[in-house]
Design a protein. Structure first.
Length: 153
């Protein structure tokens, strides 16, 4: 009986970790705050899940290398455009921003695109459905010395 219980619990764990992320209907991006945060109509602030872009300076802070480039790239991709959000795991961060993958109308995975361009790095503390894709994008950016990886060998 204990073996059946253990197998059932293991099967439930596999099902929970291999779920498909929930995707929204198209939503409009109102503006871009920085290289990994956007403001979406009817949703609010959304932090791109699984990545971290260099910070842009606020007030007296200095801007990190590639911070402005990351914001400009994200702006060119999504500002005033319709996107779909995909939620995976925890829905909000400590700052009450929604956590989501962002997909363009043609299906382009924006989070991975920023990482592949070397304008963000993978930052995941929990298992994510698209983590392998993000890691491959980061390896590609490093291998081709793009963006923030351009100074490293």
């Amino acid at each position: 009986m204990q073996i059946l219980r253990t197998l059932a619990l293991a099967a439930m764990a596999v099902v929970q970790t291999t779920h498909a992320p929930a995707r929204t209907d198209p939503v409009l991006v109102r503006f871009v705050l920085d290289g990994d945060t956007i403001d979406v109509a009817t949703v609010g602030r959304v932090r791109l899940l699984g990545i971290d872009a260099p910070e842009i300076g606020h007030r007296f802070d200095t801007t990190a290398p590639f911070g402005r480039e990351a914001k400009q790239r994200l702006t060119s991709l999504v500002a005033h455009r319709w996107v779909r959000l995909e939620f995976d795991g925890k829905r909000e961060d400590a700052y009450n921003r929604h956590l989501a993958y962002v997909l363009l109308e043609d299906g382009t995975f924006v989070n991975a695109l920023l990482v592949r361009d070397g304008l963000a790095r993978v930052s995941a503390r929990v298992p994510l459905a698209r983590l392998d894709e993000l890691r491959r994008a980061e390896a590609d950016a490093r291998d081709h010395r793009r963006g923030m990886w351009s100074a490293f060998r």
